[in-house]
Unconditional design. Structure first.
Length: 209
C-alpha cells in the first residue's frame, strides 16, 4: 500500500479524541469551571481570614492603648464604663468580643457603634472607619480638644490631626502617634507605648511612665 494513502487512513492520536467526543468535551469544560470556582472561593476565604486576623490584632492594640494612656479625670468620672466607639462601617466583626467587658482600671470596657459625630459624646476611644474618609477633615476639626483618643487606619490619619494611625510595614501592624494632637486633647501617653510607635507631631510632654 502506498505510504501516503496509508497515512491518510491512520487514526488521529488519542489526545485529539476529546475534541470529537461531545460528552468528554462537556465534562472537561465542567471540570475547568468547577476548578476556577473553587480557586475563587479559596482566594476569597484566605482574604477574609487575613482581614479577620488583622482586626483581631488591631482590637488588641485598642485595648492596650486604653491601658497605657491617661485621660483627664473629668472624662472618666462622667461615665460608669470605659467606652470604645466605632464611627462608620464596622470592620472588626467579632474581633471586638475579645476585649469587650475587660477592665480598664475600675471601669468595664464597652463597645458602642456610632452612625455620626453627634453620637460620640461619651466616647473615650473613637475608631474612625475608612468609610468616613471623605469627611475626615471636618470630623477631626470637631474632635480637636474633645479629650477623645482618635484612632484609624486611614492613610495619613495622624498627619491630618488624628492621634493614632495604624499602618502595615513588612507585613506587620504598626502604629504612629501624633503627640501634638494627643497633648491638645489632654491625653498622657506612657513612654512604653511611645517606644513602640512611630512619632509624628511636636510639642508634647509625657508625664506617664
Amino acid at each position: 500500500m502506498d505510504k501516503k494513502k496509508y497515512k491518510a487512513y491512520y487514526p488521529l492520536p488519542c489526545r485529539f479524541n476529546l475534541m470529537y467526543d461531545p460528552m468528554k468535551k462537556l465534562l472537561f469544560v465542567i471540570f475547568i469551571v468547577i476548578a476556577l470556582l473553587l480557586a475563587s472561593i479559596m482566594n476569597g476565604y484566605c482574604q477574609d481570614k487575613s482581614t479577620a486576623e488583622e482586626y483581631q490584632v488591631k482590637a488588641a492594640f485598642l485595648y492596650n492603648f486604653a491601658r497605657f494612656i491617661e485621660w483627664p479625670k473629668q472624662t472618666l468620672t462622667s461615665t460608669d464604663t470605659f467606652n470604645l466607639c466605632i464611627l462608620g462601617n464596622d470592620p472588626f466583626g467579632d474581633s471586638l468580643n475579645l476585649i469587650k467587658g475587660k477592665m480598664i482600671g475600675n471601669k468595664r470596657l464597652e463597645v458602642k457603634f456610632c452612625k455620626d459625630i453627634n453620637e460620640i459624646g461619651q466616647c473615650h476611644i473613637l475608631f474612625i472607619s475608612s468609610s468616613e474618609k471623605s469627611h475626615l477633615t471636618a470630623l477631626l476639626s470637631v474632635l480637636n480638644n474633645a479629650h477623645v483618643l482618635t484612632v484609624s487606619d486611614i492613610e495619613g490619619f495622624a498627619l491630618h490631626g488624628g492621634i493614632i494611625n495604624f499602618f502595615t510595614e513588612e507585613n506587620k501592624i504598626r502604629f504612629e502617634i501624633n503627640v501634638g494632637a494627643a497633648s491638645r486633647n489632654g491625653l498622657i501617653i506612657s513612654s512604653k507605648l511611645l517606644q513602640l510607635a512611630k512619632i509624628v507631631g511636636t510639642n508634647y510632654r509625657n508625664d506617664k511612665n
